[in-house]
Write a protein of this length. Sequence first.
Length: 137
Amino acid sequence: MTTLLDAWLPVVPDSEIQDDPLAPLSAFARSRVDAEGDRMPILWLPREARYVEKLATPDVTIADMIGDIDPIKAARNGLQLGSALSMHFGLLPRSNRGIFAINELPDLAGKIQVGLFNILQEGTCRLRGIPSACPST
């Protein structure tokens, strides 16, 4: 499936979710693009690096799949827990502009299945009430 992707993808360097330099989703990437503008270097990801696969098991959490607030990250950086910069992104946001595959979907807890289907249906997600950078469907 990765052969169907563009050979190279421009990405904001150090972005956790492979942000597009021309349309960044995460607060980190937006602030970096605003600060550095055209001087910001561009990282190029090959198509093989844009495939994420997860085996669904009953112990997988919503934080693993979608993400959650990271209190340690917030404390280390002096951020409020409600800050978008204190988020830890799960596998789905990290596969932004790539391919995300999940095996054995029925093995996931119902709450996680609902969260994933909600993203497919609405194209958005929230982490603890904060709009999160989830990939477009």
